[in-house]
Design a protein around this ligand. Structure first.
Ligand code: ZN
Length: 161
């Protein structure tokens, strides 16, 4: 299953899986580029309904990218079933994948997680995750793009024969 929506990048000139130079567009500019559901979460710090993301229980092997700018964020082997209703990971791909900031909204002390390249809101990180990090990155599926690992898939299918 290809979960990518090609239309999503049609008008997005900054989208790239390899260019890691920071992206600093204004929200007016983002609004023209991004689909409304992505914009609402990424730029207005929205939250999707729990259990609404097809990524929540996805077990496919591959890489999760920022749906706003294409920055590599998480690998499928750091994804785990948290039961919280949102795609959950215990570790980002690299130190530059994520930016952290304190979030005091809704009367809670939380740590917000933003994309390291475009500073879009992704979700929050909590300290109740599994080893080895003990962290739970609770991420809105709407702001994730998934690309299946072709080689892993091939190997898996060959193993089945
Ligand atoms: Zn991004």
């Amino acid at each position: 299953m290809d979960t990518k929506d090609p239309a999503q990048r049609e008008n997005n000139p900054v989208y790239s899986h390899t260019n890691d130079s920071p992206v600093t567009l204004t929200n007016d500019e983002w609004k023209k580029i991004l689909p409304k559901n992505v914009y609402d979460i990424a730029r207005n710090k929205g939250t999707e309904r729990p259990w609404s993301s097809p990524f929540e229980d996805s077990k496919e092997i591959g890489t999760f990218y920022c749906a706003v700018c294409g920055n590599p964020l998480f690998r499928s082997d750091t994804k785990f079933e948290s039961g919280c209703g949102w795609p959950s990971f215990y570790e980002p791909i690299s130190k530059t994948s994520i930016i952290y900031s304190a979030d005091h909204t809704h009367g809670m002390e939380r740590t917000e997680v933003e994309c390291g390249r475009c500073k879009s809101h992704l979700g929050h990180v909590f300290k109740d995750g599994p080893p080895p990090t003990g962290l739970r990155y609770c991420i809105n599926g709407v702001v994730l793009d998934f690309e299946k690992a072709q080689d892993a898939e091939k190997k898996y299918n060959e193993g089945k024969k």
